[in-house]
Design a protein. Structure first.
Length: 145
């Protein structure tokens, strides 16, 4: 004798639609205390369960999308960017221009930097750090001298 096929009650089928808004199919199976493969088999066998699951997901997605669009229309920049990236195919690209002229230390104007910033910069460039990793003025002067 084979196993008795599990089925959901009409009330449980209604719950599937509500739960699908916030849970995955695997989590819904856990909620009903059945195995995931059993729930997936039920969805394949009983079209009503599958339709309710899809309808619950679609309603939740629709509600969230409406909120997102309302925020975007109200001027929320992050919402606008997210919507355009996910729905309009927008993407960010990095454009790097190259110059023919060679970079040199002599062309930099460092006059606006503080002495502390200059020391840090020199330490990073020249490897004149003390044991703690901070620029050591004595090492910098010794190297320059």
């Amino acid at each position: 004798m084979g196993r008795h096929a599990l089925t959901l009650t009409p009330a449980q089928k209604g719950e599937v639609e509500t739960l699908a808004a916030v849970l995955s199919a695997a989590q819904i199976a856990d909620y009903f205390g059945i195995g995931r493969t059993t729930f997936f088999a039920m969805v394949r066998k009983d079209a009503e369960i599958g339709e309710r699951y899809k309808r619950g997901k679609a309603r939740a997605i629709g509600a969230i999308a409406q909120s997102l669009i309302a925020k975007a229309r109200a001027g929320d920049t992050a919402s606008m960017i997210f919507y355009l990236k996910t729905q309009a195919g927008w993407r960010e690209t990095l454009h790097v221009e190259s110059r023919d002229e060679e970079w040199s230390l002599e062309r930099l104007d460092l006059s606006a930097l503080s002495d502390a910033d200059l020391m840090r910069m020199i330490g990073l460039l020249g490897g004149t750090h003390d044991e703690a990793g901070t620029p050591d003025p004595l090492l910098i002067e010794a190297e320059a001298g």
